[in-house]
Ligand binder design. Structure first.
Ligand code: GLA
Length: 520
């Protein structure tokens, strides 16, 4: 059989798998309908960030480590490439007090979990935390949420988490859909929008139902034990995850686990290959290596905006394998927002291959430019196909387009996500502070729109500038306020200018402390 005939057979198989997966779990009647992301606008492209588990395990996670990693994330250029979510995984962060409420473990997190979040937000990063849907977390070091869903989601909102990973350990006898649905409802009731990351390792077929509850769900077992990167296991996970392509899209993502790119034992070639696979699958890009010590090559891989552009494409299609004979894998099925197509060619051996337009579902007569996303070179117009040379365990990561232009979709970076104002009170004051947002993509954005419902009466926000850099000018009016602490979470929305699709909503926090009652 030729590669072309095999490809044409593959599409219906994926469809059958998809339908079979969708009917395996009975859904509770009170389950929210529609996507969770339709409500909060979060994660319309896959979240990017860093999580400690793959490299560190439980020890030595503590405040100092998280802060050092956050600083390295900024210094390495990862923040400028869109990585934002950072925080502890199962790192003995909290315990449950006699009143049933969670309290921070101050021995490990001296600033408290709220204080750590404030420091992360001040750096223009987003705050990620971890818990479990069962009675205890996996190592049993922390309490799970079972029976405490409401107060725990309130605690996470109080700590100002932006992302919550919810594990599935110690959940014997629990109904998985009911358990996660209860957490989803509790999280919505707590009033702080968070990226909700379900972590049942594929148990309960979350791809069939979890989009109504959260934004992403693990599809497989752990990619590695802490500190033990496993190349062949990562490749197997990619193959398992790609079969679920039909279930992913904007705001609801298959998660093949945090990345092992840059972990000890992997070569530069393997790192490049793994990163390409995760981008091709529109996977959440949660780095799992030690950012403080990574070499330039690893940083270069993790910050390759041309690869990230494939992952962050606003259409949100997940690529999948169209050909796999053991010697050669061809990945396609990922149309991009500008009409181009992403294609990934991967081989365990050094090889030279011609990929024809027809096996990619295009016409043989089409004339296309081919961009190499690692070499950063573009061919002239090619008809019929493209010939690529691939080294052992390496990839050719390509973008095909009728135009000799390969735009990068919006990649948003903020200088801060937290504004803190203080007023001595008595006399009324007007205080100003700004949040500057830079789009590291290549297309200018229309002005951000502020959700008026997210603004309290004491706060005005005006969007200034345009194109790539826009500033949210915040004006606080203290007239008539009572002594006390005030908080607002501002929501801003935008659309991606080429496809016109909504972009992920952007939220930032504004704190105001008024030290004594203020005259009108
Ligand atoms: C599970 C998860 C991992 C990690 C550990 C923590 O195994 O899948 O990603 O969070 O728990 O114990």
């Amino acid at each position: 059989m030729t590669r072309l005939s095999r490809h044409l057979l593959a599409a219906p198989v994926i469809l059958v798998l998809a339908v079979a997966g969708a009917t395996q779990v009975p859904l509770p009647k009170d389950m929210p309908t529609g996507l969770h992301a339709d409500v909060d606008g979060l994660a319309l492209t896959p979240p990017l960030g860093w999580y400690p588990w793959n490299m560190f395990g439980q020890e030595p996670q503590n405040e100092a480590l998280i802060k050092e990693i956050a600083a390295a994330l900024v210094a390495s250029g990862m923040k400028d490439a869109g990585y934002a979510y950072v925080g502890p995984d199962e790192g003995i962060c909290f315990s449950r007090g006699p009143d049933g409420r969670l309290t921070s473990n101050l021995a490990r997190y001296p600033s408290g979990l709220k204080g750590l979040g404030d420091q992360i937000h001040a750096k223009g990063l987003k705050y990620a935390l971890y818990t479990d849907a069962g009675t205890k977390t996996c190592s049993t070091a922390m309490p799970g949420t079972k029976g405490h869903e409401i107060e725990d989601m309130q605690a996470f909102a109080g700590w100002r988490a932006d992302y919550i990973k919810i594990d599935w350990c110690n959940s014997e006898g629990q109904d998985i859909v009911q358990s996660y649905a209860a957490l989803g409802l509790a999280q919505r009731a707590a009033g702080r929008p968070v990226v909700h990351s379900l972590c049942s390792w594929g148990e309960g077929y979350p791809w069939a139902w979890a989009g109504a509850i959260g934004h992403m769900w693990r599809t497989t077992t752990d990619i590695c034990g802490p500190g033990e990167a496993d190349w062949s296991r990562a490749l197997r996970i990619a193959v398992a995850n790609q079969a679920l392509a039909a279930f992913a899209g904007p705001g609801h993502w298959n998660d093949p686990d945090m990345m092992i790119v840059g972990m000890p034992g992997l070569s530069e070639t393997q790192n490049r290959t793994l990163f390409s696979l995760w981008c091709m699958m529109a996977s959440p890009l949660m780095a799992g290596n030690d950012l403080r010590t990574m070499d330039k090559a690893t940083a270069g891989i993790l910050t390759n905006l041309e690869a990230i552009a494939v992952d962050q494409d606003p259409l949100g299609a997940q690529g999948h394998i169209i050909w796999n004979d053991g010697d050669l894998q061809i990945w396609a099925g990922k149309p991009l927002f500008d009409g181009s197509l992403a294609v990934l060619v991967l081989s365990p051996y050094k090889t030279r291959q011609t990929i024809t337009w027809e096996e990619l579902g295009l016409k043989a007569t089409d004339e296309l430019y081919v961009r190499d996303l690692w070499k950063h070179t573009t061919t002239g117009l090619l008809a019929g196909g493209v010939t690529v040379s691939v080294g052992a365990n390496d990839v050719a990561f390509l973008r095909l387009s009728k135009r000799n232009e390969f735009p990068i979709p919006p990649i948003m970076v903020a200088d801060t996500y937290l504004l803190s104002f203080r007023s001595a009170g008595v006399r009324r004051e007007t205080l100003k502070g700004a949040v500057t947002l830079t789009n590291k993509g290549t297309s200018d954005l229309p002005p951000w729109r502020i959700d008026p419902n997210s603004l309290p009466p004491w706060l005005r926000v005006e969007v200034q500038g345009g194109g790539r850099v826009q500033t949210f000018v915040n004006t606080v009016l203290t007239a008539g306020l009572k002594k006390g602490a005030y908080h607002a979470q501002v929501r801003a929305d935008n659309v991606e200018p080429v496809s016109g699709k909504p972009m992920s909503a952007l939220y930032y926090d504004v704190d105001l402390e008024v030290r004594s009652d203020v005259r009108r």
